[in-house]
Write a protein that binds this ligand. Structure first.
Ligand SMILES: [Fe+2]
Length: 132
């Protein structure tokens, strides 16, 4: 469930702030096309690499033309920056696999996907980092 309390934006302006899915059980087509979906373990061991997959368009394919495409995906461990991948329209698909090692986290993996027409979209996944 997105953490809507940590984001401020103008509700009717997709170019303001971070767009979040309002109701995961009843996503709009716009939300389905832009949500960065994170797949990762629920729990990982401290300082051991694990795979994080981020997919945009998992529930409904996003356009992939120069005039309308996903420009980049970013991954954070809560508010700590981890990675950014840029895409070119037509020749790349906005899906990435990133190997990550954490020594701790404050609750969530956070992904952001930037559409050149519809702004920034956030997706979240709870994760724990354990000692052993
Ligand atoms: Fe878009």
């Amino acid at each position: 469930m997105p953490d809507t309390k940590t984001t401020t934006k103008c509700p009717d302006n997709v170019l303001c702030g971070v767009n979040l899915v309002c109701d995961p059980a009843n996503m709009t087509d716009l939300e389905k096309k832009h949500l960065p979906v994170i797949t990762a373990p629920d729990s990982v061991r401290k300082n051991e690499f694990f795979e994080v997959t981020i997919e945009v368009g998992k529930y409904l394919e996003h356009p992939n033309e120069p005039s309308h495409h996903i420009d980049f995906i970013e991954l954070y461990a809560d508010h700590t920056y981890l990675a950014r991948v840029h895409f070119t329209a037509r020749t790349t698909k906005p899906t990435v696999k990133i190997w990550v090692s954490l020594d701790h986290i404050h609750g969530k993996l956070r992904a952001f996907a930037y559409c050149n027409l519809h702004g920034n979209w956030g997706g979240y996944k709870d994760i724990q980092v354990t000692e052993y």
